[in-house]
Design a protein around this ligand. Sequence first.
Ligand code: ZN
Length: 148
Amino acid sequence: MTQTNATNIACPACGTLNRVPREKLNAGGKCGRCGSMLFGKQPVVLAPTNFDAHASKSDIPLLVDFWAGWCGPCRHMAPAFAEAAAQLEPFMRLGKLDTEAEQTIAARFAIRSLPTLILFSKGKEIVRQSGVMSTASIVSWARQNSAR
Ligand code: ZN
């Protein structure tokens, strides 16, 4: 029994960290605490209760869509971002942060325009980009920046 390739994955439903062998990430594992699928091919809704679990404690990068309900371009990009989640999981987590509902987190990262995407790895901001992007550009931008 070796644990060398285990990856910590935060559950999208309850935020509990699950240790998953890296080669089994694609196998569709479930959370040991709540039984939810660890990957649902859709972005996780981020809040103060689960933000750090996904941004800092999880071993996979977190790509966050900072958006707001009044922001037309944000609503326009939402389907592309959801589709990007289906393509980037399980080697990246995608999350949505409603900047009106969660103003403390939005202020922490000094979000000035919407939509803004920020890629985090182990709690550190790697790169950010503002403006509407297509699914293909979200996926290639995220992959490029998480690989470096
Ligand atoms: Zn869970």
